[in-house]
Design a binder for this molecule. Structure first.
Ligand SMILES: NC(=O)c1ccc[n+]([C@@H]2O[C@H](COP(=O)([O-])OP(=O)(O)OC[C@H]3O[C@@H](n4cnc5c(N)ncnc54)[C@H](OP(=O)(O)O)[C@@H]3O)[C@@H](O)[C@H]2O)c1
Length: 489
């Protein structure tokens, strides 16, 4: 995207002393500075509660950027960047703090554009946007004001609608950027390219050729210190409603009229409108990890984690079989799976094609396996294609082989972190990689439907051992052929 870096911009980070700012936002800003992608006149005001001098704050950020950077910090770039950072101390409900902040903004530039980033716990979203509105800081003639809201955006449809109303009381809808950081991941953006820039894939991207799709986001870690948060959200709200549904939409979209914000968002939304999560064929399974072992080390059960209730019914695993009831996809199962304490950390999409009708007799060549397209999103980034080939030798045996594209090996550098791309786009007014309110609304309606169904039965938790691929019932969502891939990652 060609962008105009000449427009001045001040970024105000609420939660400037928090983990997200230290580990993701500031390192991303530093790397954008390194790549000359920040506006020429750029300042960042970090709002925090702690009693810190500007120098203390900047030194803390230096340490965090250094920790998160693979290469040593470039001192010249840092010196320029650090001069743009201002620490502002206030609590979120303190009116006088907003008045001072407003003055600081005016002192930096009277007609400056402002990007507010809410890197704070969701309970503060409403307070902060309300105060920005009340202090006349959310709209300005002749300049833009945008607000970036971290996830989770609500806990269900009702709370999301309430929050959205509060935000839109202060800000115009087109100024609201709701983060799903998965959309900032380079391979997620590649999903559309792999399909639409390659006739070999686009021509067979339909129910006639595709047998089923598997979308997984699995973690080896447990909830760690986030037990309090996780108890309120669980896997469905923490991962499925946002990240997995976003991946599903990107896989299943109809070709957009053009690849811009409006048309891509429209097409994604259309997928959700046809999503079937609740009929005889569409099924879901939830799980919670019990104790397990890894390399001889005992792993705690979820119910023994800190800030988790001893009889918690929160799911740490969710898997589902869904259908999209439209011309392209009718009858093709989409499997979604996410879980904590799985055997491997992997986020990927696997598209399995239908088996070739038997042109080459199995009696002579053996069985042909299906073609599989595997899009690796994290931690590996790349694409693999599995197809059939003749095994060298005097026999006619056909065996499955793989072609591999490793993004890092091919391009020789790591792809930018998700937050680099997202911050860059928010500063330049491109919301394509931010879910629209309509998408969020529809994906909450979908999650609420599943959640309501789960409320009908008390779960028999824990139902999988830490370090395994989840409960047995998740296996039973699939046919034995489909399970082969599911279990071999
Ligand atoms: N951390 C991540 O990697 C990550 C990833 C994805 C999404 N998120 C989302 O990002 C948001 C922030 O997460 P986080 O991990 O950065 O949280 P965090 O480390 O707990 O930071 C919270 C920030 O809010 C400030 N704060 C809290 N109450 C305040 C008050 N009343 N007045 C003024 N400041 C107050 C804290 O200031 P003090 O430190 O001075 O108390 C701190 O700067 C959350 O919505 C989270 O879900 C985080």
């Amino acid at each position: 995207m060609q962008v105009d870096n000449t427009q001045p911009c001040v970024m105000v980070i609420f939660g400037g002393t928090g983990d997200l700012t230290h580990t993701k936002l500031m390192p991303a800003l530093y790397r954008l500075k390194m790549d000359a992608l920040l506006p020429k006149m750029f300042h960042v005001i970090a709002v925090g509660r702690r009693d810190l001098t500007n120098d203390d704050y900047v030194q803390g950020i230096y340490n965090s950027v250094q920790e998160s950077n693979e290469l040593p910090i470039d001192e010249v770039t840092w010196s320029e960047f650090s001069k743009c950072i201002y620490y502002h101390r206030q609590t979120f409900d303190d009116d006088s703090g907003y008045a001072v902040l407003k003055e600081k903004l005016a002192a930096l530039s009277s007609d400056c554009n402002v990007l507010y980033y809410l890197a704070v716990s969701p309970e503060y979203f409403e307070t902060i946007v309300g105060k920005l509105g009340a202090h006349d800081m959310a709209r300005k003639k002749g300049a833009w004001r945008r607000v970036v809201i971290e996830k989770p955006f609500g806990r269900n449809l009702k709370t999301a609608q309430y929050l959205n109303k509060r935000i839109c009381d202060a800000f115009d809808e087109e100024s609201v950027y709701r983060v799903d950081h998965y959309l900032g991941k380079s391979m997620l953006q590649n999903l559309l390219v792999i399909r639409f820039a390659n006739i070999a894939f686009e021509a067979v991207w339909n129910k006639e050729s595709i047998d089923h799709v598997q979308i997984s986001a699995c973690e080896t870690v447990g909830v760690g210190t986030r037990g309090g948060y996780y108890e309120r959200f669980g896997a469905l709200r923490d991962m499925v409603q946002n990240h997995l549904v976003q991946m599903l939409m990107l896989i299943a979209v109809e070709p957009p009229k053009s690849f811009d914000e409006k048309h891509i968002r429209e097409r994604k939304l259309a997928v959700l409108k046809h999503l079937i999560a609740d009929n005889k064929k569409a099924k879901s399974v939830r799980g919670q990890y019990g104790e397990g072992e890894n390399d001889g080390q005992l792993m705690k059960a979820y119910r023994s984690e800190s800030l988790v209730a001893e009889d918690s019914d929160t799911e740490t695993f969710a898997a589902m079989k869904l259908f999209i009831n439209n011309e392209r996809w009718r009858g093709v199962p989409f499997y979604l799976r996410t879980g904590k304490r799985m055997p491997a950390k992997t986020t990927q999409v696997m598209i399995e094609f239908k088996k070739q009708a038997e042109i080459m007799p199995s009696s002579q060549f053996g069985d042909c396996g299906p073609n599989r397209l595997i899009i690796k999103i994290h931690p590996e980034e790349g694409v693999a294609f599995e197809f059939n080939a003749k095994k060298p030798g005097t026999n006619d045996d056909i065996v499955p082989v793989q072609m591999n594209f490793c993004q890092h090996c091919h391009f020789g550098f790591n792809s930018p972190q998700a937050y680099e791309r997202l911050l860059h786009d928010a500063m330049h007014g491109d919301a394509t990689l931010f879910p629209s309110w309509d998408e969020i609304k529809s994906s909450w309606a979908f999650a609420d439907q599943l959640s309501a169904r789960w409320q009908n039965d008390a779960p028999d938790f824990p139902n999988y051992d830490a370090g395994t691929w989840g409960p047995q019932a998740a296996q039973e969502l699939m046919s034995s052929d489909e399970r082969e891939w599911w279990n071999k990652q």
